[in-house]
Design a protein around this ligand. Structure first.
Ligand SMILES: Nc1ncnc2c1ncn2[C@@H]1O[C@H](COP(=O)(O)OP(=O)(O)OP(=O)(O)O)[C@@H](O)[C@H]1O
Length: 289
């Protein structure tokens, strides 16, 4: 396992507000990560910091073991911002030509394929594009750059369902042939679930959880049954949330269940369902765990 990026104890305060607080994050080579958090959780601050646009009050960023100096950019990386600031008078093809100069792995054949996939006329001027179509320009750059470290900030915001699906499909197909490290920051959690292999969940600038998506799938459950039975079943387990209804209780847990647990659940007449990532995220945030 080779580490591409390490953020150590990052802190950033705006007045009394912590945008980032003691944040540690490590990205391995050739993994797709989801960076999940609500509005204002600190996602953009973190990405801007990695991209050298904001300086931490405290903490370090290392790219392939080399500490980044103040204002220094990581090598061979591509950052697709939430709000691109392309020159409105430029044509799409000119923006792509400009981006191609900065990315040694740029693939023009793939870029042209993507223009077709997203039905984007390369001769249109940026100012003639809708908000969603403008963000597609950024997404094409992110994909065609094939940068070993690619960061996307809310890549599908403003895109319709069809375009979102096309983006995820293009990303996954290209990643299969050209693995690299990709970080997708989003608050559209269920959409990212089939795409990301690992997730970092942040809230109020701090890390709440990081884990493999598969681990979350295999450990996030909703338990329902008689209140005493649920209390006994969850006694030694990590409980994210509980709710009572009449004589029953519903509990969200984050715990791998083995055959013994399943047997106990049957004996106690408890039902067990998988939690969606969105629900897991909501319970995690509400519980502040
Ligand atoms: N330039 C700034 N001046 C003051 N406060 C800021 C500034 N930039 C960010 N913040 C604050 O820092 C916190 C983190 O903001 P950030 O934009 O990083 O969150 P986010 O997770 O990207 O949110 P969103 O999903 O809404 O884009 C918020 O409380 C925000 O108000």
């Amino acid at each position: 396992m080779s580490i591409v990026l390490t953020c150590g104890n990052l802190n950033k305060k705006y007045g009394p507000t912590y945008a980032l607080r003691n944040l540690d994050l490590q990205l391995e080579e050739n993994v797709i990560y989801g960076l999940l958090g609500r509005n204002g959780a600190g996602k953009t601050t973190l990405l801007n910091m990695i991209a050298g646009g904001i300086f931490p009050d405290y903490g370090t960023i290392e790219v392939r073991g080399k500490k980044l100096g103040r204002g220094e950019l990581p090598k061979d990386f591509c950052y697709v911002r939430e709000k691109n600031k392309y020159f409105g008078g430029a044509r799409v093809v000119e923006i792509l030509q400009y981006a191609a100069n900065f990315h040694p792995n740029w693939d023009w054949t793939f870029a042209h394929e993507l223009l077709q996939t997203f039905q984007l006329d390369p001769h249109k001027k940026i100012r003639q594009l809708s908000r969603g179509t403008e963000s597609i320009v950024g997404n094409i750059i992110g994909l065609a750059s094939r940068a070993p470290l690619t960061l996307y900030d809310e890549p599908v915001l403003g895109l319709d369902v069809l375009m979102r699906e096309r983006f995820y499909k293009s990303l996954l197909e290209d990643y299969a042939n050209h693995p690299r490290t990709i970080l997708l920051s989003t608050h559209l959690i269920d959409e990212i679930a089939p795409v990301a292999e690992k997730v970092y969940i942040i809230e109020a600038g701090s890390l709440l959880l990081h884990d493999e998506m598969e681990q979350i799938r295999m450990a996030a459950y909703l338990i329902r049954g008689n209140s005493e039975a649920v209390a006994s079943f969850t006694a030694e387990k990590r409980v994210l949330h509980t709710e009572t209804y009449g004589r029953g209780t519903l509990a969200a847990i984050y715990e791998k269940l083995d055959d013994g647990d399943m047997q106990q659940a049957r004996e106690l007449d408890i039902s067990i369902e998988n939690l969606t990532l969105q629900k897991f995220f909501s319970y995690l945030i509400e519980g502040g765990h």
